[in-house]
Design a protein around this ligand. Structure first.
Ligand code: NAD
Ligand code: USQ
Length: 413
């Protein structure tokens, strides 16, 4: 297949591009390098010394990898160039990673909120509009998030995208339907992903586009077999308070002797997936596209769920690190249970990589090797969700209880 990987220089996009190229696909990376620009804005750099993209591509080629091409392009802003690219390349598939993906970054200020909304919604909509205008029959696989569902379970496993409901009409007629699972975003970033879903539903319905939305959990790990072939192919490793995600942060913190930063009581339960499974899932999704006219295919791309404090205890036990409960800068429930269905990927043949001591220590080893590059002042999460939290209000005070269901309306004869 000829595959465009939008956002192919990023944490998930780079190893995915390598994996797809290794399988014999023709890969064209499209990226505006905004993530590298944000590193400079935050003065917080990847712990691993990532090479410039030109070097990455040259080294890959020199090592015998199938050549990959690169188009530097802003998917959100350069619509005409994107359209011309699609018309020229006529890809069989497009993998869309090209969004601003950090929840804390999206909450830093109005500017960051507006940037995240502008960038993510325009990137997604431009891709869809360009596929239609170019007439290219490309399957679009988008990286969405588990966070579109919120993290509550309502006593059931979170299904894969759609919720079966039964509607009761005035005359008692019962109609069964499947609707998009109600969106419940916890940050501006997550909100953009819930809105992406509506773009997809519309374009699948109106234009018959073939779309897969992969609702991915928190990705951990750093390397894949391909990124390990040469240090200049190494993947990025974010540990800072905006872009670092929880498990990789804990493993890095343990490696540099920093107390593990558990937010509040650490009662949050989240879905996780190892980066090696991310690249396999994208492969499986591309090998199993929906038919034209089919509704958006939604798969939960995660392999296990864990509670944050359990992860911290596990890392502390295995490394001797200490745990520090720090005030939670986010507006999120203090405790949640989470059960998630992932039958579709299992049915496609995914053999889940789950947390094991070997993989955890592999990440800690990477972090130890590059510990000299760490700037410990970038570890604390300083982005707050609300003005009250910014002013130092106690944790959790703004988390509202779920609105009680209204009393049923009694009809009088
Ligand atoms: P990342 O920031 O490392 O990579 C995103 C890439 O997209 C970067 O290289 C960036 O330069 C590029 N990009 C952003 N906006 C662009 C634009 N307008 N035009 C062109 N390129 C643009 O993020 P990541 O961790 O690789 O995440 C990739 C995708 O996967 C995101 O959409 C994210 O929401 C999703 N995801 C990530 C995780 C995770 O834990 N990392 C979990 C679930 C879902
Ligand atoms: N947390 C801590 N301590 C830390 C960092 C985080 O306790 O030092 C807690 C947070 O409060 C939160 C949980 O860990 O409850 C997860 O935070 P995270 O930063 O690891 O993940 P999140 O902000 O949800 O975002 C990440 C990716 C995003 C992706 C999402 C998948 O950055 O792109 O969409 O994971 S999911 O969480 O399933 O929605």
């Amino acid at each position: 297949m000829r595959i465009l990987v939008l956002g192919g220089d990023g944490f998930c996009g780079w190893p995915t591009s390598l994996h797809l190229a290794d399988l014999g696909h023709e890969v064209v990376i499209v990226d505006n390098l905004s993530r590298r620009a944000i590193e400079h804005e935050l003065e917080a750099y990847s712990l691993t010394p990532i090479a410039p993209l030109g070097t990455r591509l040259r080294v890959w080629h020199d090592l015998g990898g199938a050549p990959m091409r690169f188009e530097r392009l802003d998917v959100a802003r350069e619509y005409e160039r994107l359209l011309a690219l699609l018309e020229r390349e006529r890809p069989d598939a497009i993998v869309h990673f090209a969004e601003q993906r950090a929840a804390p970054y999206s909450m830093k200020s109005s500017r960051h909120k507006r940037y995240t909304v502008d960038n993510n919604l325009n990137a997604t909509h431009n891709v869809l509009a360009a596929v239609v205008e170019s007439g290219v029959d490309a399957h679009l696989a988008h990286l969405g998030t588990m966070g579109v569902y919120g993290y509550g379970t309502a006593g059931m496993k979170i299904p894969e995208g759609y919720l079966p409901v039964e509607l009761v009409g005035e005359d008692g007629t019962r109609v069964r339907q499947e609707i998009l699972y109600p969106a419940n975003p916890g940050s501006i970033y997550h909100m953009t992903k819930t809105q992406d879903q509506l773009f997809f539903a519309y374009y699948a319905k109106n234009d018959g586009l073939r779309i897969t939305d992969l609702h991915q959990g928190i990705v951990w790990g750093t390397n894949t077999p391909q990124t390990l072939r040469d240090e200049r192919l190494i993947n990025r490793f974010d540990y800072d308070g905006d872009y670092g995600t929880v498990l990789n942060r804990f493993l890095m913190q343990a490696a540099v002797g920093y107390p593990l930063t558990v937010h509040g009581s650490g009662g949050q339960t989240r879905a996780f997936i190892h980066i090696r499974d991310t690249v396999r899932c994208v492969q499986l999704a591309l090998e199993n596209p929906p038919e034209r006219g089919e509704r958006v295919r939604i798969l939960n791309q995660m392999t296990e769920t864990h509670r944050v404090r359990d992860l911290a205890e596990m890392v502390a036990r295995s490394t001797g690190a200490t745990v520090a409960n720090v005030p939670n800068p986010r507006n999120e429930a203090a405790e949640n249970d989470l059960e998630v269905a992932n039958d579709l990927f299992i049915g496609l043949g995914l053999e889940p990589t789950t947390l094991d001591a070997g993989l955890l220590s592999e990440v800690t080893d990477v972090a130890r090797r590059y510990a000299h590059r760490a700037d410990l002042s970038k570890i604390p999460c300083t982005s707050t969700w609300t003005r009250r939290q910014a002013a130092g209000a106690p944790v959790g005070v703004e988390v509202s209880e779920p609105t009680p269901a209204p009393e049923p309306v009694r009809r009088t004869a």
